[in-house]
Ligand binder design. Structure first.
Ligand code: PHE
Length: 328
């Protein structure tokens, strides 16, 4: 049995040993082992407690007090280190793991198509302008010769914000904005997003991209329109592409045409166009006797789908890199 006066120094030494073992411990398993060695059934302190009864009564009380004081402190030290290791395990940061590769994005095929179309028109002297996505009803419909109750409004069922404001259903309102804010001659193209109440299916999306074109000057004829668009389609789809103009109807152009190209043996409609309607000139305060012009509108999504052979418009809006990476 340890003499009573050696008890405290011995406990002091044991505690230092305990502290350094705890510092070195890295796993909860090791903490278990340390606890067993110091406080377990066969631990050093337990062994010492068992000798209490053998001590003379006058030592027993003092020895018991000191041993229990150390016992409590050691429990606490072990508990603290255990919580530390548990917290570390929870955050489980393993610096030896290889890093996650940083996934770079990719130019979007709609963007690539848009840039290519823009380049062709800019090369022909057109300037790029942009218009707002939230538009006045007057710009989206009224000034484009589509009065309230006109059936053409149904074809472009829209998202209204207030009864006078909506998400634009086409890029044509930019025609009005440009004619209101500048003096002719005008040569502009305006790409951007448009919105319609449509199901998301392989050929429709509630939001998609269009590009508008507007040319205003003295004595502009349908021949100018035709020459420009044929040239553009040849540049985009290939010099030998066959192009066909079909009579059509838009409230803001007169006469109006639909343009189709022959692609893999099939005629595909690719854009709408026509000569600026006199009512449109009047709506922006231009004299239709003095000014003439043409306008056209095309769907960028459609151009990209034809060009790249994409069967489903929804692929453009899923952000899936496996799809996006396939383009240029
Ligand atoms: N805005 C028409 C559409 O969305 C396209 C168009 C533009 C037609 C300009 C003629 C002139 O369908």
């Amino acid at each position: 049995m340890r003499p009573i006066h050696e008890l405290q120094p011995w406990l002091e030494d044991e505690e230092n040993r305990l502290r350094s073992r705890l510092r070195e411990a890295q796993t909860l398993q090791e903490i278990q082992e340390i606890r067993a060695a110091f406080l377990g059934k066969k631990g050093v302190l337990t062994a010492e407690l068992k000798t209490l009864r053998a001590r003379p009564p006058e030592e027993r009380k003092e020895a018991g007090r000191v041993l229990n004081q150390y016992k409590a402190r050691w429990e606490q030290l072990i508990g603290e280190r255990r919580s530390q290791l548990e917290a570390q395990a929870a955050s489980s940061f393993d610096p030896t793991l290889p890093g996650r590769p940083y996934r770079l994005g990719h130019d979007h095929p709609l963007w690539l198509t848009l840039e290519e179309i823009l380049d062709i028109f800019v090369g022909m002297g057109f300037e790029e302008v942009v218009g707002p996505l939230v538009e006045w009803e007057r710009y989206n419909f009224e000034a484009l010769n589509i009065p309230r109750h006109h059936p053409a409004r149904d074809m472009q069922s829209s998202f209204f914000i207030t009864d006078r404001m909506l998400l634009r259903t086409h890029t044509s309102p930019v025609q009005i904005r440009v004619m209101e804010s500048r003096k002719p001659p005008l040569r502009v193209v305006s790409p951007g997003r448009v919105f319609r109440v449509d199901e998301f299916d392989p050929t429709h999306a509630p939001a998609f991209f269009q590009m508008e074109g507007l040319y205003v000057d003295r004595e502009v004829s349908f021949a100018h329109l035709k020459g420009t668009l044929v040239r553009f389609l040849q540049r985009f789809f290939g010099e030998n592409v066959e192009v066909r103009f079909l009579p059509s109807y838009f409230p803001f152009t007169e006469p109006s045409a639909e343009v189709a190209i022959r692609w893999k043996g099939e005629w595909l409609e690719v854009l709408g166009c026509g000569m600026v309607h006199p009512h449109v000139f009047e709506a922006v305060g231009l004299d239709p006797e003095r000014w003439t012009g043409y306008a056209f509108g095309l769907g960028i999504d459609r151009f990209a789908m034809i060009r790249y052979g994409i069967p489903d418009i929804r692929l453009f809006y899923q952000g899936d890199l496996r799809f996006l990476r396939q383009f240029r």
